[in-house]
Ligand binder design. Structure first.
Ligand code: HEC
Length: 325
């Protein structure tokens, strides 16, 4: 069988092997020489440095210092648990998961609910809570028309200026103005609420359980004057009293304003306020999935098409017929 190979084949293969081994040998020897030139003073200095007691002492000192500095700043080290004499209620009752109409992958907000929720916020919550990341214009096309939003903005006076005389002046609100805060500053807000600060509501979501969760404190739990019991609030004692009662709001669209209906609407509204891009985001998401899966399918097809000749070819050796024997 071997004898049938053309003689040149062996010669070439041998030459190749030889040339490769020379090249390897050359590089190895140069690498060795390289290492040996460097193996002088610097590495022994390095070893001496690593083995010295001064290094050991300073590394220990540095580590201890870092730990001391970190605990001084943050109180405790990360990844090291602390023993607490705590009670489950310290973390608050976990709110249950509710089937919000906008939860699904393809679901947008219920905009009628956002509109009702805005009404609840304006008539109830806005007395104490600001919403200062939301401007009037944000409501346009979401829950209100441009004219409605403009009319609501104009009912509020905003400070503007300075004018030609260098004086500040008041003017009716515009679509670009932000929702007015109930208190001019944090101190005023605390003074009005027994020392507790009503948080800004632009970024909050566990609200439904909180709003509908007011109950009498269980036996044995003492709530001091001015505080209210709510198991969903961490610690259980909250300085915001129950604010939603059946019928305190009258909805334009005739929806019965029960406590839970209002809680649901205001939560949807606040959820929108926290994520105004929610509907658009899901729409883009669906478009992206459709587009990219089409492109992916196409690229799989093109790849298989281009490779088909290579993947399906069959290589076999067809020896030349030796006519000599
Ligand atoms: C009378 C004033 C007042 C009204 C009206 C009011 N709140 Fe509050 N709210 C407060 C105060 C004060 C706190 C702070 C409570 C605390 O820290 O103990 C608070 C806290 C909250 C919190 C945060 C709880 C937490 O985990 O920190 C949420 C959420 C909330 N309110 C939602 C609402 C909603 C929604 C409405 C309208 C339906 C509303 N509030 C109406 C005064 C009010």
């Amino acid at each position: 069988m071997l004898s049938r190979l053309p003689a040149g084949a062996f010669r070439n293969a041998g030459a190749f092997r030889a040339s490769r081994s020379t090249w390897q040998a050359g590089s190895r020897s140069s690498a060795v020489r390289f290492a040996s030139t460097h193996a002088g003073s610097s590495s022994s200095a390095f070893e001496a440095f690593m083995n010295s007691r001064v290094t050991l002492a300073s590394a220990t000192l540095f580590t201890a210092g870092t730990i001391a500095w970190y605990t001084h700043l943050y109180g405790s080290l990360p990844f090291i648990g602390e023993a607490h004499a705590s009670h489950l209620s310290d973390a608050g009752l976990h709110p249950p998961a509710y089937p919000w109409s906008h939860n699904g992958f393809f679901d947008t907000f219920d905009h009628a609910s956002i509109r009702r929720g805005y009404q609840v916020y304006r008539e109830v919550c806005a007395a104490c809570h600001s919403l200062d990341r939301i401007a009037w214009r944000n409501l346009v096309g979401v829950s209100h028309t441009a004219d409605e939003a403009r009319a609501m903005a104009e009912e509020v006076e905003y400070q503007d200026g300075p004018n030609d005389q260098g004086e500040m002046f008041m003017r009716p609100g515009k679509l670009a103005d932000y929702m007015p805060p109930p208190y001019p500053n944090e101190e005023a807000a605390r003074a009005g609420n027994a020392g507790a600060l009503p948080p800004d509501l632009s970024l909050i979501d566990y609200i439904f359980s909180l709003l509908t969760g007011y109950v009498d404190a269980p036996a044995g739990v003492e709530i001091r004057d001015g505080m209210n019991y709510n198991p969903f609030f961490p610690g259980g004692a909250i300085s915001m009293a129950r604010v939603l009662f059946d019928g305190i709001v009258e909805y334009d669209d005739g929806t019965p304003a029960t406590t839970s209906q209002m809680a649901k609407d205001v939560t949807t509204f606040l959820n929108w306020a926290a994520e105004p891009e929610h509907d658009e985001r899901k729409k883009y998401g669906i478009k992206a999935v459709i587009l990219f899966s089409t492109l992916f399918a196409l690229s799989v097809y093109v790849k298989r098409f281009k490779w088909t000749t290579i993947k399906n070819r069959k290589i076999f050796y067809d020896p030349p017929v030796d006519k000599g024997h």
